[in-house]
Design a protein. Sequence first.
Length: 203
Amino acid sequence: MTLKIAVFASGSGSNFQALADAIQAGGIPASIELLVCDKPSARVVERAASLGIDTYLFQPKQYPNREAYEQEILSELRARGIELIVLAGYMRLITRVLVEPYYGRMINIHPALLPAFPGVNSVKQALDYGVRVTGVTVHFVDGGTDTGPIIAQQAVEVLPGDTEETLSARVHQAEHRLLPQTVRWIAEGRVRLEDRLVTVDRE
């Protein structure tokens, strides 16, 4: 069985590309069926087009509220039989319209070791705080700001003299490894969620 995935992204789409490349290389029984994007000019839209992946574009300002556009998105996801939502640099809050039907089937990648440094500018937060180690987290989405059950994490050392740019580059490299690995675990049925506890049957 091939897991049908929709990726939500708002920016350059490097995690989208990393996941697509990993699937194309084999080893992940999944396919990206759809990109959902709120910014028509985003680089990720070009990436999807070059890979032949359909894109659902929307502009939030054309809707009265988040729930309205999420209802349209939900209809599109159901029509395509989407089984897993991957938030990869999607810069909008998710409401119960999507969280409830996809709880346990929606994941997000965050550039910090949650619960530390949730929200935006996580790399800058880590540098400003003076931590020696930060990293990357993949977690289930529960409707809060980066509060969902944690599936996997990877540490990234903060080096002397690091800037936001240099640290971000290494954090992105970690994201590009951890996200495909986590999606593979989910596609292979290795991930179980009970309350807030996530169990992963590793190799």
